[in-house]
Design a protein around this ligand. Structure first.
Ligand SMILES: *Cc1c(COP(=O)(O)O)cnc(C)c1O
Length: 381
């Protein structure tokens, strides 16, 4: 019966659980750090101490696990905690393949911090399957990591193709699906072994929780090592955040579909603006990722797009300075639209074009957003 429910139904009812003690439809926030033992020294209810796990987080995990059609889910105190756990749970001295263009902080960790922990990353253009195939080392590569659509150019990686290559080399495929969300893409259904989310973004959707998640295709030894790593590092999501996240996920489908529609409207509108050198959005049929995106995304192409300002970096920074409605801030996936000059955020060594402005479409009226960005572009002279 449960298997046939549509994702919208699961999300709206937060998995359908009703609090047994009170009948409450909204789960209580259990703040306990410790739990009572049974008189015969057992912990039959499954909780002993709140560093490895807590009941509110478990309910959030249940919802996301079902939305991704996974076998197990581990939520963490941030997306980075989830992502680093996915690498740290690999067998010793692992080789991994990761994208050249990906979430900046994770790339920095892989390049600068992970080698001391025995993790050796090769960075390639993961939109090119031949490049992935050339980088994997059969028997040595443990994980291929892709991000799709990828920050901040929204490049699309072919999940099915990457899974085939990873598996042929004896490696797993992990997908950072933060931007796509389970509403638009379900990587496990396309062959991925693990999905990572920054729950900070669309899953929560209200810019008031830092959280992350890993969803696993199998409850296997790799999952067990990741669960152990989360417990040992103390990286679990706290109960207050889990409660907010459960609330946020109830409206996930409505938000993501609306934000995707708005992003497409913005992309189409600004594609012909002479002040703009190019719009980066996988939902534009001229975009290089469009065909692959159509093959693996359903119901939209995401709420993120970037625009490149023809007059260059200074004009881009000035455009961001001139908006009145858009909020000048980093992060994404919230109900309020955000704009940022991405190269300033990423700093030295970034591959991000200096003329690029990253846009996160919120839930405001698309016309209001267009008007404000038009006036900001126009006031550049
Ligand atoms: C934000 C983000 C992360 C990191 O998540 P945090 O919750 O900030 O730790 C990872 N990947 C992508 C695509 C992101 O947007």
């Amino acid at each position: 019966m449960v298997k046939t429910l549509k994702p919208e139904t699961i999300a709206a009812q937060a998995g359908g659980a009703v609090d047994e003690a009170t009948g409450a439809l909204v789960p209580p926030i259990h703040t306990a750090t410790t739990y009572i033992r049974d008189p015969d020294n057992q912990y039959r209810r499954g909780f002993a101490y709140s560093r490895p796990d807590n009941p509110v987080t478990r309910q959030a995990e249940d919802v996301l696990c079902r939305l991704e059609a996974g076998s197990a889910c581990l939520m963490s105190g941030s997306g980075m905690a989830g992502a680093t756990t996915a690498f740290l749970a690999l067998e010793q001295s692992a080789h991994v393949v990761a994208p050249k263009v990906m979430y900046w902080a994770l790339k920095k960790w892989l390049a600068e911090d992970a080698p001391a922990l025995g993790i050796r990353a090769t960075f390639v253009d993961t939109t090119n399957l031949d490049a992935i195939a050339a980088a994997v080392r059969p028997g040595e590569t443990r994980l291929v990591w892709i991000e799709t659509p990828a920050n901040p150019t929204w490049d699309i990686a072919d999940i099915r193709g990457a899974a085939r290559i990873a598996h042929a080399a004896g490696a797993m495929l992990a997908v950072d699906s933060t931007i796509a969300t389970p509403v638009l893409t379900q990587p496990l259904q396309l062959g991925a072994d693990v999905v990572m989310h920054s729950a900070t973004k669309y899953l929560n959707g209200h810019s008031d929780v830092i959280g992350g998640a890993l969803v696993f295709a199998r409850r296997d030894a790799y999952f067990e090592r990741a669960a152990r790593m989360r417990s040992m590092l103390g990286a679990v999501l706290g109960p207050f955040e889990a409660s907010l996240l459960i609330r946020g996920m109830r409206t996930l489908h409505l938000r993501v579909r609306h934000q995707s529609a708005t992003a497409l409207t913005l992309a189409q509108h600004f594609a012909s603006n002479p002040r703009i050198l190019g719009v980066l959005y996988p939902g534009l049929d001229a975009d290089k990722g469009y065909q692959t995106a159509v093959g693996q995304m359903t119901g939209g192409f995401g709420g993120m797009l970037s625009i490149r300002i023809r007059a260059g970096e200074e004009a881009a920074v000035r455009t961001a300075a001139n908006v009145k409605l858009w909020k000048r801030a980093t992060s994404l996936g919230g109900v309020e639209s955000l704009i940022e000059h991405r190269a300033s955020v990423e700093g030295p060594g970034t591959l991000c074009p200096p003329d690029l402005l990253r846009l996160s479409a919120g839930l405001e009226d698309a016309g209001d957003l267009i008007d404000d960005l038009e006036q900001a572009l126009g006031s550049n002279g």
